[in-house]
Design a protein around this ligand. Sequence first.
Ligand SMILES: NC(=O)C1=CN([C@@H]2O[C@H](COP(=O)(O)OP(=O)(O)OC[C@H]3O[C@@H](n4cnc5c(N)ncnc54)[C@H](O)[C@@H]3O)[C@@H](O)[C@H]2O)C=CC1
Ligand SMILES: O=C([O-])CC(=O)C(=O)O
Length: 251
Amino acid sequence: MKVGVIGCGNVGSILAERQTSFEIVAAYDSIPERVAAFSDKYGAKPFSDIDVFLQEPLDIVVEVASIDAVKDLAEKVLLAGRDLILLSVGALADDAFREELLATAKHLHRRIHIPSGAIMGLDNVRVGKISRVDKLFLKTTKPPRSLHSDAHVSQCLFSGKARDCVALYPKNTNVAISLSLACGREADVELWVDPKAEQNMHEIFFEGEFGDAYIRICNLPAPENPATSYLAALSVLSLLESLESPLVIGA
Ligand SMILES: NC(=O)C1=CN([C@@H]2O[C@H](COP(=O)(O)OP(=O)(O)OC[C@H]3O[C@@H](n4cnc5c(N)ncnc54)[C@H](O)[C@@H]3O)[C@@H](O)[C@H]2O)C=CC1
Ligand SMILES: O=C([O-])CC(=O)C(=O)O
């Protein structure tokens, strides 16, 4: 499988280091030095023009860049006839943007894959779309370095709805939108900074017709970007691995 990557940062590099059943053949980034260094290190063809990038023979494009990148480039990827894996899920909090993007994908018979990212449980949170939900709450707690904070005591930075949280913290709470989209109901969110925390912790509280669930994910921050959990990169890798498998598990 030939993969094109948008975003040559932390996750992009982890994907490149761990390519197995796929090959990253093309890379695009808005910072030319970054895409050049990525290309030198991993052998992918470097691009600074998205239209030229999309002319490459790619089986799929993986976005691991930013919410702005999704807003600017996702439609172009679909129009170029490529499926898309999208990690900066916060972009889909914008209803008008999401609906237009999904209409394009449907019209062109393309698919947009959302990896599980930094959390677990998205598989069965989807029952929210076909059964009663009484509660969907995400509590995220991160160390100050993940949030560019100088807090000396634990404090709640945000309490409210998922889309308002990701608007304020676009590099830290994409998972709140993944949960909301999976469930078909906007999650309530609290974001905490805790100087005693060493991991990026996500706690999911889900209640409804099925009963109730509590999922706690204690993530090691990625070495090159502590805002991002290492699990997020692994989840893109495992999604890429699973795309061509005849056996589909938990999805
Ligand atoms: N869904 C989830 O569970 C998670 C999502 N994320 C998101 O995944 C994305 C990638 O994370 P990292 O690799 O850690 O970030 P990073 O900051 O290390 O790397 C991002 C790279 O993308 C490039 N970039 C940013 N905007 C761009 C644009 N408009 N066009 C082209 N290139 C652009 C940057 O120059 C940088 O090289 C981020 O948006 C992050 O918030 C991160 C963790 C979990
Ligand atoms: O990696 C994480 O812990 C979650 C994250 O940054 C996000 O959802 O944007």
